[in-house]
Design a protein around this ligand. Structure first.
Ligand SMILES: *Cc1c(COP(=O)(O)O)cnc(C)c1O
Length: 401
């Protein structure tokens, strides 16, 4: 028996979480038993015969022909993320923004109308509010906390509903199952940005949502070293996306970034467990602090959507916002400047804790989309440091307010 034949391949595959993260899609017997998958850093794939090349061209979605379409390293990642989301397939993009843009462009044409939640991720808003009108597509932004608001905003040309549950500054949620029922009744397609929850804590496809978008830059990769996006859904819709914006915009994930992401995914379950435990402790601390006016998080005790959180979100992820009890932006700045464990920057979902002060981005008095966001708001991303350390850091910084 050769070495290759001795490599155990779990067959039939057990589609549990540990199996998906550690083994699914990795055909080790095909690469000499290498435990870490090969990084196939090749732009092109050669065919032995004209007949086989013809077959490759006939179905580029399935064939290995050119890395803008398919690449074996990227394919491993796609299989894992599709399985995590309970989707038929997944396409990998150069960023979460590229995944969202591709999903939307594949779903609308000139004259169509889109419904979107009131406070989506900023570049989702940019896509819908600023870019799509150039192509004759309009969008209404509605408060998604009540499904009736979507129903009331439906027009003759409405084709698509764009959700993000919860959003990532004030954590409003949409009832995904109820929106899916409404959308099907009216023949509308639905997209949900699931970056906050991760597929471990929320399953939009199981609730009837058509397409799931991830900024894989955040928890899925989890190491603040890759910008990536994922789009999950039925093979039929993803084939449409593939032939359209995926291949024409060409905003694909490189094999190297896919390889890093496969490595990042190995620890997704343990990272999310640790993050949930630390976040529960940080939440309890900030909710009791006299210098904090309000804590925003789906599982905060003041959340107005506690029932929905309970039903829809399995567990807390580590992004929360604190509204510091002051109208003096200088006091907010003193708090942020004093933080030592929380690095001050954009993004979230990595191994390291972060702080993002709203006052660094928006001028005083600005309103963000339809609803104002207070300048005293600071968003925190809880990383993998010790919770005691993080709380001590918040404590000394809050003393400067
Ligand atoms: C960061 C983010 C995006 C965009 O993802 P990129 O990978 O930065 O392009 C989309 N949605 C949400 C909720 C995000 O936080």
């Amino acid at each position: 028996m050769s070495d290759e034949q001795r490599i155990p391949t779990p067959d039939p595959p057990i589609r549990d979480l540990g199996y998906i993260l550690n083994h699914l899609g990795e055909e080790r017997a095909g690469y000499h038993g290498a435990v870490a998958p090969p990084l196939v850093q090749s732009s092109i794939f050669a065919f032995p015969t004209v007949a086989e090349m013809r077959l490759g061209f006939a179905d580029e979605y399935a064939a290995h022909l050119y890395t803008r379409g398919n690449n074996p390293t990227v394919a491993i990642l796609r299989k894992k993320v599709a399985a995590l989301e309970g989707a038929e397939d997944c396409l990998a993009f150069a960023s979460g923004a590229a995944a969202m843009a591709a999903a939307v462009f594949a779903s609308v044409r000139a004259g169509d109308h889109v419904l979107c939640i009131a406070k989506p991720y900023s570049w989702t808003r940019g896509l819908l509010r600023d870019l799509l009108p150039k192509f004759g597509v309009s969008t209404s932004f509605v408060d998604g906390t009540d499904v009736a608001n979507f129903e009331n905003a439906i027009q003759a040309g409405t084709r698509l509903i764009v959700l993000e549950s919860p959003n990532t500054m004030t954590y409003e949620q949409q009832d995904l199952a109820a929106v899916a029922v409404l959308a099907r009744r009216h023949g509308l397609r639905t997209i949900c940005d699931n970056s906050f929850a991760t597929p471990l804590n929320q399953s939009p496809i199981a609730q009837g949502i058509d397409l799931v978008v991830h900024s894989a830059t955040k928890y899925l990769n989890g190491h603040s070293d890759v910008v990536a996006g994922m789009l999950c859904g039925s093979e039929a819709i993803l084939r449409e996306v593939f032939k359209g914006p995926y291949m024409t915009f060409g905003a694909i994930l490189s094999p190297h970034d896919a390889w890093l992401m496969i490595r990042g995914l190995r620890t997704l379950a343990v990272r999310m467990e640790r993050v949930a435990a630390s976040t529960a402790r940080v939440l309890a601390y900030v909710e009791a602090h006299p210098k904090i006016r309000r804590v925003y998080h789906p599982q905060a005790s003041t959340s107005e959507q506690a029932d929905l959180s309970h039903r829809q979100l399995k567990r807390a992820s580590g992004l929360l916002s604190i509204d510091i009890d002051t109208d003096d932006v200088a006091a907010v700045e003193r708090f942020c400047n004093a933080l030592r464990r929380f690095l001050m920057t954009v993004s979230w979902g990595g191994y390291e804790s972060l702080a993002f002060p709203v006052c660094a981005v928006f001028p005083a008095g600005a309103t963000v989309c339809v609803t104002p966001i207070p300048l005293s708001l600071v968003r925190l991303s809880i990383g993998l440091e010790d919770a005691d350390d993080l709380i001590a850091d918040l404590d000394q910084a809050l003393a400067r307010v």
